[in-house]
Design a protein around this ligand. Structure first.
Ligand code: NAI
Ligand code: MG
Length: 330
């Protein structure tokens, strides 16, 4: 039996979580869910957006499903990543048929460093304005670069692209780039190519020749921005899942936020959350269930009959989820 912590959070987080739990209930899995609070709504009521009980539930679980937080995202999801040392953020950019993808042939992985960089949360006001600290350590850079190359090796990927801005951020990204190539040397024997680009150029290449990317590894803020661009390439935020992975635990979440502009209306696309559940099942070693779920999602997207508005359909969140659930035959 798996212990799964469930944090629906705010806005559409709750809706896509309900949809996902419905679909998961159709698979032959032995899961015990424990529900936990976090986010704006909880914070307003109780003064703390991420209660210690929630952190403890995540610590106690084999994996966690997370919906979305709102304005408290920094105090909730960023804090959870740091607290749990979820040092990897895996963000697959994959074109699915039947979506509004700008390109129909994309399949690359963004490996984002998840614990430091611009997101250490150390900012202060000064007389002139404000200052933010950007922390890049050798240890965290090495760990994330090694993860990216190991990922490439295990998943038959041929190239890893290190993304940075070392021409301007000479010390922080200078270090990141140096470590990237140190790690890359150990993977030459596996035939894995290493290249590096500046982040601004990468932003353009993602639009002009995204097919050239295989695995991208980068620091926290750049990974956050480039993965939303990746979402734009494959049909929008409603389709992009992610995995936060630590030494022996994982947290799985769509990359989108609480989407207040569509929240509470049944308009949210549940695909990003469902694909995050696929990533969770793979992480837990439940490959068969992961494949069944992935195939069911793909079928519903391809048929275009029960899809949400963001990708050109008319169905509600739950209608799409129910159509996916129906495809699951176990
Ligand atoms: P957002 O990701 O919530 O929404 C951006 C756009 O994508 C909106 O147009 C929204 O309608 C659309 N969208 C998002 N999810 C969708 C879905 N499942 N189906 C269809 N369309 C979807 O980002 P935004 O608007 O910048 O931020 C809203 C709130 O979310 C903020 O309070 C922010 O702090 C929070 N946030 C939380 C994150 C997290 O919990 N991991 C990540 C990003 C933002
Ligand atoms: Mg983001």
């Amino acid at each position: 039996m798996y212990k799964i912590a469930v944090i629906p959070g705010d806005g559409v987080g709750k809706e896509v979580m309900e949809a996902t739990l419905h679909v998961l209930s159709c698979l032959n899995l032995d899961i015990k869910y424990s529900f936990a609070d976090a986010g704006d709504e909880y914070g307003e009521k109780y003064g703390e957006p991420l209660p210690i009980e929630t952190i403890n539930l995540v610590k106690d679980a084999d994996a966690c499903l997370f919906g979305a937080a709102g304005e408290t995202a920094a105090d909730v999801i960023i804090k959870l990543r740091q607290e749990m040392d979820f040092f990897v953020n895996l963000r697959p950019v994959k074109s699915y048929p039947g979506t509004n993808a700008l390109f129909d042939d994309l399949d690359f992985m963004i490996v984002r460093e998840n614990t430091e960089g611009m997101y250490v949360g150390e900012e202060e006001y000064t007389d002139e304005g404000a200052i933010a600290k950007r922390v890049i350590t050798r240890a965290a850079s090495e760990r994330i670069c090694r993860y990216a190359f190991e990922y490439a090796k295990d998943n038959n990927r041929k190239k890893v692209t290190g993304v940075h801005k070392a021409n301007v951020l000479k010390k922080t990204d200078g270090l990141f780039k140096e470590v990237f190539y140190e790690v890359a040397k150990n993977y030459e024997k596996y035939g894995i190519e290493a290249e590096d680009f500046y982040v601004d150029a990468t932003a353009m290449y993602l639009l002009t020749k995204p097919q050239n990317f295989d695995v991208i590894v980068t620091t926290n803020l750049f990974g956050d921005i480039l993965s939303d661009e990746g979402a734009g390439l494959v049909g929008g935020l409603g389709l992009m899942p992610s995995a936060n992975i630590g030494e022996n635990r994982g947290l799985f979440e769509p990359i989108h936020g609480s989407a207040p502009n569509i929240a509470g209306k049944g308009l949210a696309n549940p695909t990003a959350m469902l694909l995050s559940a696929v990533m969770m099942l793979n992480y837990l070693g439940e490959k068969e269930s992961a494949n069944i779920l992935d195939k069911a999602i793909l079928e519903v997207l391809t048929e275009k009959k029960y899809i949400t508005q963001d990708i050109g359909g008319k169905s509600s969140t739950m209608e799409m989820a129910k159509a996916i659930a129906k495809k699951i035959k176990v």
